[in-house]
Design a protein around this ligand. Structure first.
Ligand code: B3K
Ligand code: ZN
Length: 888
């Protein structure tokens, strides 16, 4: 389809489907040259549709061989195929069967949507609109059908044949072919359809549900990966148990299957009973997987499992409701991960992601509400806003309703809408019914884009012992709206005095009867509002937005002394970390200005003193110390800046890191040694992860000192590491060390790594990524060389993300090189990739769309590259939409 004919689709145009598909019978004959798909659909008119509407089915790239209606072959005059639609031109009865036979070529499908081949196996990805690449269908989530799937394939190449639901029949033919039939007892939209065929092995386990049903759990992988499944399996069992306890949700089929594939556009997909996973989100083994990798596996396995209720049993009416399932499910997996690990660490990681990636999206040309109002290509809307901000919105509901009422509301939601395709409105409606609260204003979180700003002032009146918080809210304009109505914002706060947390007596509100009267959630609903606290005996320091109770930017004029005070004294762990971040931001912003003005750089001694306290206090949680020692990242600093000077940010931050390392060398070294591992097997548990993370944080500081003894320390860690967390951290520290004497060591370490792990794609991806994000001079040339390396393959999304994505997204100082080379490189790669995999190309483009905050010269260069992409000829709708919105 040409760009011009690609129209925006609007939520306001939604109409119910004119036809429903009660049954879907699919028959696949998988083969190397072409795959034949025979689909028999049992259709009827939807009583809620238009009575005489014609039937129009979706299909893309299908070679249509035969169509018949109620057994009668259709002639060319009976239908028309145009622009990826099949129009039936003949009069249709109330109920009928439509049968189609099409040929498709999965082996040539590099977009990885629909049916495609990953290495030697067939697999599918249908969300959002991939099913139309398999057969003619009503490819929309509000058409839910009972699926029966028969797969026929050569037994030797494809001994394992899978689809959704239960295996009901199978057989062998005399010619070396075999077949199976799967039947899914649950009605589902076609985006949840899945098929897998390959030479796979599995690990198997069981889970007994709370009502006593025994569920078979299987993880299918290539034989070489069988030993890497145990973490995913135990995570799955923990997730199943947790969902029963936390949400009362039980699994509903007799078997739950996960299949790992190498070539996958995202992390994983929640197809009913047959999840398909990117290998990166299921395989884990200490030697080749970092702690972060282990945690990601646990989180993604849980996320996809939780979708069985929030997404599959209750699904979305249309794709504007995407956050209904994604925001809610991210919230659920975040609660799960918090309980399985350290809640504060988990929260800090979430907020860091939100503040960099999502806030940047909200401030950029692709900004959209959690419920978008329109899209050209839905694939472009699987965004941090829909996922992460969507989860924050659910978290705010949880905060406003309290855990007990929130649970009553989710119970009601699942009971009311089981088996239905619904809207965000229905979700909020259940929250309203269960709580009796009016959430009218709260709904604006779904319909208004942009990150609200909360400007807070505190006034202490010693004479009457009151403390008044004045809160103003505003929200910058975004493409969909200039003016914003005020949001309903839960603002969790505490007040700190010299002796600790103060009891809160909010004027005109009852005191708490619970034990903890030192924290309170203020509900901000006006543009400006005051909250008066009484009986405040000393001037307090406010601890605001505890636990990041709302996805907003907070502005409060803290002094550095107050931040240092909060860093060590706040009872809220998240806010202790955030105080460290804000102190870091303030110090670094000052340094950035000094860099730009070419003034000598000097680090505020308060910062050094605060870090010394952290390093010396052995009673603190090592995970927290590690996180607090980490200065605000370059991307967060860019987010906080009005004009982004990537080079100056990098220089300022490096200067601060080096100074801290120099001033605190002794303390850091001691912490490093204290947390160096004894013997004992690797365990991906919170305590051990915390210890490794603190050790490796201090190592990265120590390596800035260009000291041969310290380099040896690092090298020893690298050579002796028994797990990938320690190996990759030491390799990264070596790679980023500028000292001349490190160069030969660095190259050797890289060679050793590759030689050792070249047959482990996930380890190789890490190796690629560490090099692509290295900030030493010459980064682009190194990246260009990596693209020529035998380990790189542009058709594999994980490799693309590890090299191109990592360089453009996580190496800002080189991506924004003054000569514009980073921008031209990205434009070249986007053009090249668009012909291969539009979804990945469009996603890769993101850093180039963020030109508004760059200095004028860079803006020009970035826009030039966007124009070049636009003019390059044939663009996919995916890339076209992003480029158009970015240059507008
Ligand atoms: N629901 C899928 C995402 C599908 C993206 C399609 N472009 C994974 C997930 O969020 O669980
Ligand atoms: Zn999801």
């Amino acid at each position: 389809m040409s760009n011009d004919s690609k129209q925006a689709i609007h939520l306001r145009d939604y109409t119910a489907p004119d036809f429903l598909i009660d049954e879907t019978h699919l028959n696949f004959q998988l083969a190397e040259a072409a795959t034949t798909v025979n689909a028999r659909l049992v259709l009827r008119r939807n009583p809620a549709g238009r009575p005489d509407a014609a039937l129009v089915l979706d299909g893309q790239g299908l070679d249509t061989r035969r169509l018949s209606l109620d057994g009668k072959l259709l002639g060319t005059g009976d239908y028309r195929i145009e622009d990826d639609k099949l129009h039936l031109l003949l009069p249709l009865p109330e109920k009928f069967e439509l049968e189609s036979v099409v040929l498709i070529k999965p082996q040539l499908n590099t977009a990885l949507e629909g049916l495609y081949k990953s290495r030697h196996m067939f697999c599918t990805q249908c969300e959002a609109e991939g099913f139309r690449r398999i057969t003619w269908y009503l490819d929309r989530p509000d058409v839910m059908s009972l699926f029966t799937v028969t797969i026929l394939a050569e037994e030797k190449r494809y001994p394992v044949l899978l689809s959704n639901g239960n295996l009901v029949d199978s057989g062998k033919l005399s010619n070396g072919m075999h077949w199976v039939t799967w039947k899914d007892p649950f009605r589902k939209p076609c985006y949840l359809f899945a098929l897998v065929a390959g030479d796979l092995k599995y690990v198997e386990d069981y889970f007994t549900t709370k009502s006593g049903r025994r569920v078979t759990l299987r993880i299918y992988v290539e034989e070489k990966d069988l030993a890497k499944c145990s973490h995913a399996m135990s995570s799955l069992k923990r997730a199943m148990a947790w969902d029963e306890k936390a949400y009362g949700r039980e699994y509903d089929l007799d078997i739950y299957m996960i299949v790992a594939v190498d070539d996958f556009n995202m992390g994983a997909m929640e197809n009913k009973g047959l999840n398909i996973f990117n290998t990166s989100c299921v395989l884990a083994r200490a030697e080749i997987t970092t702690d972060k990798g282990f945690q990601r596996v646990e989180a993604v396995v849980a996320h996809e499992y939780f979708h069985n209720w929030s997404g599959n049993r209750v699904t979305c009416r249309d794709w504007f409701q995407l956050s209904l399932k994604e925001g809610f499910t991210v919230f659920r997996d975040s609660q799960f991960s918090a309980e399985m690990n350290s809640p504060t660490v988990k929260r800090i990681e979430e907020v860091s992601l939100l503040r960099t990636v999502q806030f940047a999206e909200d401030a950029g040309p692709m900004a959209h509400p959690v419920q978008p109002q329109s899209y050209m290509e839905i694939s472009n809307f699987y965004t941090p806003t829909v996922y992460e901000k969507g989860a924050e919105v659910v978290r705010m509901l949880h905060c406003l309703l309290g855990p007990v009422t929130f649970r009553a509301a989710t119970d009601l939601y699942f009971a009311r809408h089981d088996g239905q395709a619904v809207t965000i409105e229905e979700f909020v409606g259940a929250m309203e019914t269960a709580s009796g609260r009016d959430l009218q204003q709260f709904r604006r979180w779904y319909t208004q884009a942009g990150t609200p700003v909360l400007k807070v002032r505190g006034d202490y009146d010693a004479a009457v012992q009151t403390y008044t918080l004045t809160v103003q809210q505003s929200c910058p304009p975004t493409p969909e709206a200039e003016q914003k109505e005020p949001f309903h914002i839960p603002l969790a706060i505490g007040l700190l005095g010299d002796a600790g947390s103060l009891a809160l007596h909010l004027r005109d509100a009852p005191d708490f009867d619970s034990a903890d009267n030192t924290q309170r959630v203020l509900e901000v609903t006006q543009r400006e509002q005051q909250f008066v606290f009484e009986q405040v005996r000393e001037k307090p320091v406010p601890s605001l937005l505890r636990g990041f109770s709302a996805p907003v930017r907070l502005e409060y004029p803290y002094t550095r002394d107050e931040l240092a005070f909060l860093m060590s004294r706040d009872s809220d762990g998240f806010n202790r970390w955030d105080a460290a971040q804000q102190l870091g931001v303030s110090v670094l912003q000052e340094l950035v200005v000094a860099v730009l003005q070419q003034r000598p750089l000097e680090l505020d001694p308060k910062m050094v003193a605060a870090y010394r306290v952290l390093l010396q206090d052995e009673t603190l949680d090592p995970a927290m110390v590690a996180l607090m020692l980490e200065l605000p990242g370059e991307l967060y600093l860019a987010e906080e800046a009005e004009v982004v000077h990537a080079g100056a940010i990098h220089e300022a931050r490096q200067f601060a890191r080096k100074t801290l390392a120099r001033e605190l060398r002794r303390e850091m070294h001691a912490v490093y040694l204290r947390h160096s591992p004894g013997p004992g097997a690797y365990q991906p548990i919170a305590e051990a992860i915390a210890s490794r993370s603190l050790k490796n944080t201090t190592l990265s500081y120590l390596m800035l000192l260009h000291d041969k003894d310290l380099m040896q320390l690092c090298l020893d860690q690298y050579n002796n590491a028994a797990n990938m967390t320690d190996a990759s951290a030491s390799l990264q520290a070596l790679l980023n060390c500028e000292a001349d004497f490190v160069a030969p060591v660095r190259d050797k370490a890289l060679r050793i790594f590759y030689r050792r792990w070249q047959h482990e794609p996930l380890a190789v991806n890490l190796w690629l990524q560490l090099q692509a994000t290295c900030h030493l001079p010459g980064a682009l040339a190194r990246v260009q060389a990596l693209l020529q390396h035998e380990a790189f393959d542009i058709r594999n999304p994980n490799k693309v993300r590890a090299v191109i994505g990592a360089f453009c997204g996580q190496n800002p100082v080189h991506f924004h090189a003054a000569d514009g080379s980073g921008y031209a490189f990205l434009a070249d790669k986007v053009i090249e990739l668009d012909a291969i995999n539009p979804q990945i190309a469009a996603r890769l483009l993101t850093p180039l769309t963020r030109w508004r905050k760059q200095p004028p010269a860079q803006q020009l260069q970035m826009k030039e590259q966007l124009q070049r992409i636009l003019l390059c000829g044939k663009l996919s709708p995916d890339v076209f939409e992003v480029v158009c919105k970015s240059v507008a």
